[in-house]
Design a protein around this ligand. Sequence first.
Ligand SMILES: [Zn+2]
Length: 343
Amino acid sequence: MPVGTAATVKAMRPESVAETGAEILLGNTYHLMLRPTAERIAELGGLHRFMNWPKPILTDSGGFQVMSLAGRRKIDAEGVTFQSHIDGSRHRLTPARSIEIQHLLGSDVTMAFDECTPFPADHRTAAESMRLSMRWAADSRAAFRDRPGYALFGIVQGSVYDDLRRESAAALTGIGFDGYAIGGLAVGEGQAEMLRVLDVTAPLLPGDRPRYLMGVGKPADLVGAVRRGVDMFDCVLPTRSGRTGQALTRRGPVNVRNARHAADPRPLDPECGCPACTGYSRAYLHHLSKAEEILGPMLLTWHNLHYYQELMAGLREAIAKGELDAFAARFEAEQAAGDLPPL
Ligand SMILES: [Zn+2]
């Protein structure tokens, strides 16, 4: 899922996002509740209409962003009181309020309100945090209005502790959700530890429901997680990197600001079918970036989203053909080969 934090995937028109192959976007409850507010969006016909994205939207619960407002938020048993990063105004999020906001936005996939356990956390802290999230998961389930075509996902927490991940997965499957997310990863534990936690956690979640790894990740993270049974991801990496001159390609990351591209007439990735690669040279992308032209972030964001969608489509096809291991081996070999040698 491309990330459309403030009701826009930055530097992209929604039609262009759809052209990359994206079938669903992520919107952020925290940002939208503060500006322009969920009530305003509801009055204007909901988030799909507001941002002109007719396909599905998943919204996060606001928990992750609120928890990261260090010094400006206070957690209690019922929810979180916090100050807006925009104007300092005070707000409160509870499971019921988060679900209500997501309902006002018209979200197709609503996420349960949880606390993303900070990393590192000792076992006791992680256990308390996870159990709070499990209470909030039950509150979220109770507040959610079930209706055909709309889904509510629970979020497994438990940091890097296998027993806590098991307890959390059991609690959530006991409540019953339409899909299950794995939260609290990609927060500094490193890829090897993340994949180890997935080895433990993914098999605990029902095979007939989507599994969603939140906030991940680099292309290699996606491949590693899909091999462990994960179906869905969101990450700001392709869009954020696109705005800082970094392209993510089948041959690894390429920084177009690097002087070695200044006179290079070749496309970013000769095998890519995106507008940035079919219409423009590395030299031009380099020039746009150095001149800080708006088209630079637009083209690189388009390429990065296209690459991510193509990677996921390739993984889906490989699974259907029973060739996932071969796909992963080819992916790793291409990434290891590195960028095109200089001319
Ligand atoms: Zn491209």
